[in-house]
Design a protein around this ligand. Structure first.
Ligand SMILES: Nc1ncnc2c1ncn2[C@@H]1O[C@H](COP(=O)(O)OP(=O)(O)OP(=O)(O)O)[C@@H](O)[C@H]1O
Ligand SMILES: O=c1[nH]c(=O)c2[nH+]cn([C@@H]3O[C@H](COP(=O)(O)O)[C@@H](O)[C@H]3O)c2[nH]1
Ligand SMILES: NC(=O)CC[C@H](N)C(=O)O
Ligand SMILES: [Mg+2]
Length: 703
């Protein structure tokens, strides 16, 4: 059956340096998707390098791939582990096709295991941007590159042993981060060359496509505006569109496109006040849409949202699924329940408007949303991946939206775009820069930025984690008197490189700081899957000696050592002494929403007054249910009643990965002080904090 595999056609043609580009034969690279968050980013990067792509599930047979006459295969990352009891199936014969293969993260692990090496979950995980050392001599993958490279890593599984037929060509500390096959064009990288946080990732992909796979770059991106207009006209025909507009970038561009395709009188634009919008938002949205000639109808529905609930799938302890009604939105705690309720409330409202328009003879009628690629992949939509994990259900991909989509009633012209591509398209449609460059604001709005809890989350290991954090904060002193903390020291050393340990030692010798675990959970994205775990706060009375670079560096080390921490913040003000063991009960009630709305308004007003909105990509302002600075004795007498605000200024291009804004670089320090002072004027607040964690392991939002 595999006789055809002996024929060297694909590989020979692919690697022949002297071959002339064959205009007749389209160069095609397959991405084998194992459920990656970044599958569509790989796809985009390869196309930007002028090579056409096709995405298949990892399970696709070698025979089917063979018939596509491929130049190369790229095996993506995954939220799964190659050591799962039932790992995602792949056809081992893909390694006999003779086609160059690049494995990324899970794909890298697949290559290692396929050739007989060992992959296992070690003490260390890496999530975020790290420096790696690459072997650049005699190695086409890293040709024309420096040895030291900043790359994005996000994994819990690591390579333990490399089989004889593979050679290590990259290291992250003591971990192997890249390999190549000694005779075949097979390469694997632990890091993600496709994302922006791998600074020279494009060069690596270019080397793979051009040096290793012999591509010539005959593919050219066609006009995306033209294909969007064609898609809209084909789908809607003589029908009518109800377009949900938030005033954000995506819905504005998508509504402008739909108006251009069909004419403005075929579009009814609706802006919904769900009760979670920012201060003065409705007026601003209506005014900016009017500038584009779009007249938006405003539906005031905050009461309907606040008392909404929906039916959701839940999992029993034995893993079986059952369906049940969620609590009402104003009593909900679980962030996924929040998202499902809000998503379904949007659609329920929109469905009644669709019916109304239909009864007025506007039919067939379609519901338009400004859905983008990241919304679908993070919600694990089967439209974009067969194996992806749910990171969070975006409100515009809730179960009711999926049902409407199945009926063919949803129009989403931007569903194959990332944010920066939407902005380019917006400019080509002559939408003013002030609108195109607006910071995004999520559909569920302030609701997801309020961390709701009734009780503190104190797991069995809460005090152990606090003790390990204390050992990290006093590392130099502990090394001198190790007897009582030997096990913590050896754990820290197992999870970090010698450079990391030298950093901890110097930092703790030069200043006094504290690291405190917070008894709250928030959502993160690690190793392409969802995490829901603790946040920790760093604070110090030696604020002036503690550089922001060092705060960020320390913050990056904590999730590496403690795998139940996915976010780290800086606490402005004096040091936080003692543990934090309780929370202020918090739900989505009007007073609490009003507090966050005002804090958000204060922070953004300061940023805007200094003309700094353009220096960062977004700044979620988040309310956490923590009342700091109360000691154990006070806890019984003075219940926790205040909350705190976290600033999350974020820098990114496509929102798939990104870094916290660096104070002093993206935001001047005095502006930050001004923001903190302005927020503190809002009644009911305890402290202001600053998010130090990149995405991954955090997400842009907190929830
Ligand atoms: N308040 C709202 N009223 C009506 N539709 C909304 C509202 N909020 C969100 N939507 C719909 O959900 C879609 C997704 O929201 P999302 O925030 O991702 O995009 P956006 O608001 O258009 O752009 P941005 O990312 O810049 O905020 C929007 O494009 C819009 O169709
Ligand atoms: O309309 C939206 N509905 C949602 O449910 C949603 N969740 C996140 N976001 C926005 O998406 C971008 C990436 O955010 P995360 O890193 O938190 O996933 C950021 O810009 C977020 O504000 C949403 N937008
Ligand atoms: N990004 C990835 O592909 C991660 C692979 C695997 N889920 C891990 O955590 O190691
Ligand atoms: Mg929005």
């Amino acid at each position: 059956m595999w006789a055809f595999l002996a024929t060297p056609t694909l590989h020979m043609a692919a690697t022949s340096e002297s071959a002339k580009p064959d205009e007749e034969v389209q160069e095609l690279v397959a991405i084998l998707d194992a459920g990656a968050q970044y599958g569509k980013v790989i796809d985009r990067r390869v196309r930007e390098l002028n090579v056409n792509t096709i995405i298949f599930p990892l399970e696709t047979s070698a025979e089917e791939l063979y018939h596509n006459n491929l130049k190369a295969l790229i095996i993506s990352g995954s939220g799964n582990s190659v050591n799962d009891s039932s790992p995602i199936h792949y056809d081992p014969n893909i390694f006999s096709l003779g086609v160059p293969i690049l494995g990324i993260c899970y794909g890298f692990h697949t290559i290692i295991k396929h050739y007989g090496g060992e992959v296992s979950k070690g003490m260390m995980r890496e999530d975020g941007q790290f420096e790696v050392i690459l072997e650049t001599d005699n190695n086409s993958l890293f040709e024309s590159m420096e040895r030291n490279q900043q790359v994005l890593l996000t994994h819990g599984d690591s390579v333990k042993t490399v089989p004889d037929c593979l050679k290590a060509i990259g290291w992250s500390g003591e971990l192997i981060t890249a390999v190549h096959h000694i005779t075949d064009p097979v390469y694997g990288v632990q890091f993600h060359p496709e994302v922006d946080l791998t600074i020279n990732g494009r060069q690596i992909l270019k080397n793979f496509l051009y040096q290793i796979s012999g591509c010539h770059g005959s593919y050219h991106l066609s006009s995306r505006e033209a294909s969007c207009l064609e898609y809209i006209r084909d789908k809607v025909g003589e029908g009518h569109v109800l377009s949900l507009v938030s005033g954000g970038v995506d819905s504005t561009v998508s509504t402008a496109l739909i108006s251009k395709a069909l004419g403005p009188n075929k579009v009814t634009a609706v802006h919904i006040d769900n009760g979670f919008l920012r201060k003065n938002e409705i007026e601003q949205v209506v005014a900016s849409l009017a500038r584009l000639g779009i007249s938006a109808q405003v539906i005031r529905a905050s009461l309907r949202f606040s008392s909404a609930s929906t039916i959701m799938n839940y999992r029993d302890k034995d893993g079986s699924i059952f369906r049940q009604a969620t609590p009402l939105l104003n009593t909900v705690i679980n962030p996924e329940e929040k998202r499902h309720i809000i998503g379904d409330a949007f659609v329920t409202l929109a469905s009644s408007m669709l019916k109304e328009l239909d009864s007025k003879g506007k039919r067939p009628i379609f519901l338009a949303q400004g859905t983008l690629r990241p919304d679908l992949i993070e919600s694990a939509s089967s439209l974009v991946s067969a194996n992806a994990h749910v990171i969070k259900t975006h409100h515009n991909d809730s179960p009711l939206v999926r049902e409407l989509r199945k009926q063919g009633l949803v129009l989403e012209p931007l569903s194959d775009f990332h944010k920066d591509e939407v902005r380019q398209l917006g400019l080509s449609l002559d939408i003013p820069e002030s609108i195109v460059n607006r910071h995004p604001f999520p559909g569920p709005g302030l609701a997801i930025r309020i961390i709701c809890q009734e009780e503190a989350i104190i797991r069995e290991d809460f005090s152990t984690i606090n003790s390990i954090l204390n050992t990290i904060a006093t590392y130099a002193q502990c090394l001198e008197k190790p007897s009582s903390v030997l096990q913590f020291l050896s754990m820290i050393q197992d999870c970090t490189s010698s450079n990391d340990q030298a950093f901890l030692s110097e930092l703790s010798a030069s200043l006094t700081y504290f690291i405190t675990l917070l008894p709250i959970y928030t959502v993160g994205v690690q190793g392409d899957s969802r995490s829901y775990s603790y946040a920790a706060v760093i604070s110090s009375d030696d604020e002036s000696k503690f550089s922001w670079k060092d705060r960020m560096k320390l913050a990056k080390l904590l999730p590496k050592i403690l795998h139940t921490i996915n976010r780290v913040v800086w606490g402005f003000g004096k040091a936080i002494y003692g543990p934090v063991c309780d929370v202020t009960p918090t739900h989505l009630t009007t007073g609490i929403i009003a507090t966050l709305r005002e804090a958000d308004h204060q922070a953004h007003s300061v940023l805007a007054s200094h003309g700094l909105m353009g220096s960062i990509s977004q700044m979620p302002v988040v309310l956490i249910p923590i009342h700091f600075d109360r000691n154990y004795q006070e806890i019984a007498a003075f219940p926790s009643c205040q909350r705190s605000v976290v600033l999350r200024p974020f820098v990114t291009c496509d929102f798939m990965t990104g870094v916290p804004a660096m104070p002093g670089e993206h935001i001047p320090l005095q502006v930050l002080d001004e923001m903190v002072a302005a927020i503190k004027q809002v009644p009911g607040l305890s402290r202001v904090l600053y998010n130090l964690t990149p995405k991954p392991p955090g997400t842009t939002e907190w929830e």
